[in-house]
Design a protein around this ligand. Structure first.
Ligand SMILES: Nc1ncnc2c1ncn2[C@@H]1O[C@H](COP(=O)(O)OP(=O)(O)O)[C@@H](O)[C@H]1O
Ligand SMILES: [Mg+2]
Length: 347
């Protein structure tokens, strides 16, 4: 390989690369490396440019032992932290070898790993609470409450409730993983949303009656069809309407309206919006952008008491993503909340 080709080759590689010659001076930086260390660094000693102790150490080791050495380098710009894997590789035939230093951005991998660990910790915590309750009641039923028929009935009822909560959690986890798996597959069937929503409302009628909640579907004219997976869309509206009934409070009103949007600014297409609004206590602004995170609850006391899993809106968001749609959440404390599912409409 001729020396003249080296800069061109390095330029073609998308990660930051720095070639340090046998005199320990920077010979070449490709454009990503220049963005990292600045222009006109060629000719300077590497110690003057790379200030990070572990990186310096790795370069020295590579020079000294003629072997590839790796290290980590974390760099803070404003508020974001980027974590690099630094690889120092001796190159070429001459002695001592020049060393090529590459910087691979490991941040997405590290973030994904952290998310996975958090998720497992959350699931374990969510399962442990009902399990602990059930185990406690089994103890009591074996001991002090053994001959107390009334207590037995009451405890069995609580145990059933806790077991159902675990069941719902597992169901929601499975739905979430199924939706995630299918996220890249676009649904093909055409759906008439008002019919679908009508049937969802029919199923939720008993829950609404229990809380004396009025469930009102405002008439819709000429709502266009959307491409979608019927089961998943049913899940979206079940979650939204169920939340409105549960959190909107007793004696409230839940209203469902349709709106055709000529051009949704975020989707860039014609869209159909289904608005689910309640006149409940509303949600404080600080919670709004986090509601679709897994296990995030604005009012965790109330969610727990109502048997919520904290996964409903996360599922809604994933399903709408798969449909190339989006969820809009608005709320005013004291007045109520409005959740809008917006789905693209083909011309
Ligand atoms: N209509 C609503 N009014 C008030 N708060 C709501 C409403 N819908 C959702 N929330 C809040 O958002 C949180 C997340 O909702 P969701 O993901 O469906 O979980 P959950 O299983 O708790 O219902 C709920 O715990 C609740 O605090
Ligand atoms: Mg819910």
């Amino acid at each position: 390989m001729t020396d003249a080709l080296v800069p061109e080759l390095l330029t073609g590689v998308p990660l930051p690369l720095v070639l340090i010659d046998h005199n320990e001076r920077l010979r070449h930086l490709n454009p990503p490396a220049r963005r990292m260390f600045g222009d006109n660094m060629e000719g300077r000693h590497f110690l003057a440019v790379m200030r990070h102790p572990d990186t310096i150490d790795a370069v020295i080791q590579a020079f000294r032992h003629g072997k590839t050495v790796q290290s980590r380098y974390s760099r803070k710009d404003h508020s974001t932290e980027t974590i690099f894997r630094v690889t120092c590789t001796p190159v070429g035939a001459q002695q001592p070898h020049p060393v090529l230093v590459s910087f691979e951005d490991m941040t997405p991998l590290e973030t994904a790993g952290q998310m996975r660990r958090d998720f497992v910790a959350n699931v374990s915590h969510e399962l442990r609470t009902p399990l602990t309750a059930i185990l406690g009641f089994i103890e009591t039923l074996r001991g002090p409450a053994r001959d107390d028929a009334a207590a037995r009935d009451r405890f069995l009822e609580i145990m059933e409730r806790e077991a159902s909560r675990m069941n719902r959690l597992v169901d929601d986890l499975l739905s979430l993983s199924r939706v995630e798996t299918e996220e890249r597959i676009r649904p093909t069937e055409l759906q008439v949303l008002p019919d679908l929503v009508q049937s969802v409302c029919h199923g939720l009628r008993p829950l609404a009656d229990d809380g004396n909640v009025r469930l009102v579907i405002l008439p819709s004219e000429d709502t266009p069809m959307v491409r979608g997976d019927a089961d998943q869309l049913r899940q979206v509206f079940t979650n939204l309407i169920e939340n409105a009934i549960k959190y909107g409070g007793r004696n409230g009103t839940v209203e469902i309206t349709y709106k055709v949007i000529d051009r949704d600014p975020n989707l860039g297409t014609r869209a159909l919006a289904v608005v689910v609004s309640d006149n409940g206590p509303g949600i404080e602004a600080i919670h709004l952008h986090r509601l679709t995170e897994r296990f995030y609850r604005a009012d965790s006391h109330r969610s727990q008491a109502l048997g919520g899993t904290g996964l409903g809106l996360a599922i809604v968001k994933h399903i709408l993503n798969r449909h190339r749609g989006r969820l809009k959440v608005e709320s005013t404390v004291g007045l109520g909340s409005r959740f809008t599912a917006i789905l693209p409409v083909q011309k």
